[in-house]
Design a protein around this ligand. Structure first.
Ligand code: ZN
Length: 267
């Protein structure tokens, strides 16, 4: 495998995880994808670029290099379904709109997939776990922000148009309720955007697995509508004009999360 992740260590107790940002394919996946999937339509496009400003805040960042079409880093390794109803798994079988992802008989073999789990999924989770442990050891707590984005209209997965900012704390289990409501309030102050907390997207495996308020690890997932910063259809261009006001809110969310942590864990 080539480089599987891109990790940058910061200087504040916040890790931003970007598990669906990767564009790299393995030869077996590349060879099997249906034509509509070749352009990687279900990628969380441009997330590292959108969050570039986070380096100024001192946040650590961890971004996937491989596509979710190889292995989905935000699914548990036993592939238990994350959501009731339509969803995609550890090794996605379909695109978000429900069409099969691979041409018949051209899915990667079980051996290939076992290798993806070992060589792509595991290193990402090891890096995540190690960085959270480091932050906890250094600061006494750790904040995890799992950064995602999705096309705003996908009839197969949800009704109508998604709110712009979808915050998830697994119904309060992954994060203290105070910062969760503060983040909601930040969204609410920016009236040109819509938002929801624990709506359709409550947080995937990363949020649920690592978020543990009793252990002073607080995890929030943000599923952001791609309409807030890019062209939602091919060629999926980044739109700096759209992204600028969205980044204002993202920055406030990250700063707000950090400010809560400093206050709550003041020695
Ligand atoms: Zn995602």
């Amino acid at each position: 495998m080539e480089k599987v992740l891109n990790f940058k260590q910061g200087r504040v107790p916040l890790l931003i995880s970007m598990p669906h940002a990767g564009l790299r394919l393995t030869p077996a996946v590349q060879a099997g994808l249906i034509p509509e999937a070749q352009s990687l339509p279900d990628t969380d496009w441009h997330i590292p670029r959108l969050y570039e400003f986070a380096a100024e805040l001192g946040a650590s960042t961890l971004a996937a290099e491989y596509s979710r079409f190889v292995v989905d880093l935000n699914r548990p390794s036993d592939d238990k379904p994350m959501y009731v109803g339509a969803t995609t798994g550890l090794y996605p079988a379909t695109l978000f709109d429900g069409v099969p992802l691979f041409r018949e008989g051209l899915e990667p073999s079980a051996e290939e997939r076992a290798m993806y789990l070992q060589q792509v999924w595991m290193p990402y989770h090891q890096a995540l776990q190690q960085e959270l442990a480091r932050l906890k050891a250094e600061f006494g707590y750790a904040l995890l922000f799992d950064a995602h984005s999705i096309r705003s209209v996908i009839p197969h997965l949800f009704d109508g148009k998604l709110p712009d900012f979808n915050l998830g704390t697994f119904n309060g289990a992954s994060c203290d309720p105070t910062p969760a409501s503060q983040l909601e309030a930040i969204c609410a102050r920016h009236g040109q955007f819509t938002h929801v907390l624990n709506g359709r997207f409550k947080g995937g495996h990363i949020t649920r697995h690592y978020g543990n308020p009793a252990e002073d690890i607080h995890a929030v997932q943000l599923e952001l509508c791609q309409s807030t910063y890019m062209e939602e259809f091919e060629p999926f261009n980044y739109r700096a004009d759209l992204a600028a006001p969205t980044q204002v809110v993202l920055r406030e969310l990250l700063e707000g999360f950090l400010a809560w942590g400093r206050q709550a864990y003041k020695k």
